[in-house]
Write a protein that binds this ligand. Structure first.
Ligand SMILES: Nc1ncnc2c1ncn2[C@@H]1O[C@H](COP(=O)(O)OP(=O)(O)OP(=O)(O)O)[C@@H](O)[C@H]1O
Length: 92
């Protein structure tokens, strides 16, 4: 059986709010952050395909450790088709 090709990691320095994507309306709030619609403005590179609409979680720097752990869990589960992919983690 052929294994699905690993998605290329997104370079954090090229994933900018305002340049690469723009923040839209609030979708919901969780224990340590708020989630907004994110709309892709322009492709990062021809090799990396991002969806036209994504969800972006915004939180205070004080809880950035929790976001990092959440990304780690999502990265570990990236081959599961039922788990969302975390494209990037960054400061704005
Ligand atoms: N990838 C996503 N796509 C669409 N909606 C999302 C996505 N992630 C989160 N949401 C929405 O935003 C809300 C808040 O999400 P968040 O991950 O911050 O917290 P939670 O997982 O619901 O709760 P908690 O942080 O307490 O575990 C969710 O309940 C959901 O409605």
């Amino acid at each position: 059986m052929k294994r699905k090709q690993e998605p290329e990691p997104v370079n954090p320095s090229s994933f900018h709010c305002g340049r690469t994507w723009s923040k839209g309306s609030l979708i919901g709030r969780g224990s340590f952050g708020s989630v907004f619609v994110a709309t892709l403005k322009k492709p990062i590179s021809p090799n990396i395909t991002l969806p036209p609409f994504m969800a972006v979680k915004s939180a205070e720097v004080s809880v950035s450790g929790s976001l990092q752990r959440e990304k780690q869990v999502l990265d570990n589960l990236r081959r599961c088709p039922h788990i969302i992919r975390c494209f990037n983690l960054g400061k704005n």
